[in-house]
Design a protein around this ligand. Sequence first.
Ligand code: NAD
Length: 427
Amino acid sequence: MGLQDRNEKLFYRVIMSNVERFMPIIYTPTVGLACQLYGHIFRRPRGLFITIHDRGHIAAILKNWPEINVRVVCVTDGERILGLGDLGCHGMGIPVGKLALYTACGGVPPQQCLPVTLDVGTDNEALLKDPLYIGLRHKRVRGQAYDDLLDEFMNAVSDRYGMDCLIQFEDFANINAFRMLNKYRNKFCTFNDDIQGTAAVAVAGLLAALRITKTKMCDHTIVFQGAGEAAMGIAELVTMAMEKEGLPKEEGLKKIWMVDSKGLIVKVIHTHTVFFCNFVYICCCFVCFWKDVVRELKPTVIIGVAAVSRAFTEQIIRDMASFNERPIIFALSNPTSKAECTAEQCYTLTEGRAIFASGSPFDPVTLPDGRTFYPGQGNNSYIFPGVGLGVIACGLQNITEEVFLTAAEVTHCDELLPPVMPSRTPI
Ligand code: NAD
């Protein structure tokens, strides 16, 4: 970040010289550590902090930002930073890191990218007691005051930078993420990367796996560990992909199961959002544990998005290998410390038969028989810079789910894209 402050051009030249090598430094897993230590390693401010006490003045604050042609705003309130929980204002590392990838991978000029943190307090007691915490020292403000802040922010950004200025939501807790997406998606140029970007990259991974297994999406039974933003988003897009293959949505939903912290989700009593209305969500019915669910349902795909470290145990991975020739195992939780299993565990326990992807990168694995496997990274960073560039270039104001399905379809297609993200010269 020192280089980014001193010589921005050189910073991007270095990153773009080898995106794959530098991404783990500006993004997951290092960005997670940077957020955890943010107050202690803070040297110079980057991005715009807007607090709950700035209500009524957000337009004036935005006018103080020196750039007049901002095309992408990435905003967080720091409540669910990766799988690390509430890091309050220290979550600023996330929009800064994400927007660096907009430039490095999408070619969007850095001055057109604005990282924003909405500081509404934090419920993280350790941070509240830390003398070097840089944010507001009170509990999170919720309810009407919070919603008013968000409304004012969305309107102020669109007034200043236009209705086609893209506003990307990042690392909000799911109590707010789904609500805000529903509230704003038809009114502003916005998307939620944790829900929609993740969905696109996971479906891209599944589509790539289908080519290996020579199957169709609707041949698969998918079990999620986690039923939050990432899981709901992926499930929604998977059912869309199944619908495209001719399977009605109600039938597609029967192939998708979710386990959350209370057990297997079995019955619809409450809908998360309008467009996720088919998804089951019940917290009061404890059915069985994760390992039993896998044994009982014999899925072809398991996807970990609950930030429960090492949840894919040896037994689960062996079970997956016992009822699938090519088990598809995606350990998508971030950062690396939260991954459901390592690449090494997955390839070793399945004798190299697993089709594996992880949210944070893992090194290649060589098995005792000499075969080397190169784990795929299933991270929304492979989607959002491209979607963002497309949205900006086309002047799109309403970002539909079809955009993400199309992104997934072209991303998995190596006739169209080289396997490593291309280095591009900023426009
Ligand atoms: P979320 O808070 O919306 O959802 C978390 C879910 O996990 C909830 O449904 C919760 O009930 C469930 N859960 C918690 N403890 C559990 C347990 N012991 N057993 C089963 N389920 C449990 O969070 P999210 O946005 O869905 O993110 C979850 C994880 O996925 C995070 O680690 C995040 O970094 C990762 N993620 C990865 C990507 C990617 O691109 N690879 C994108 C988004 C999120």
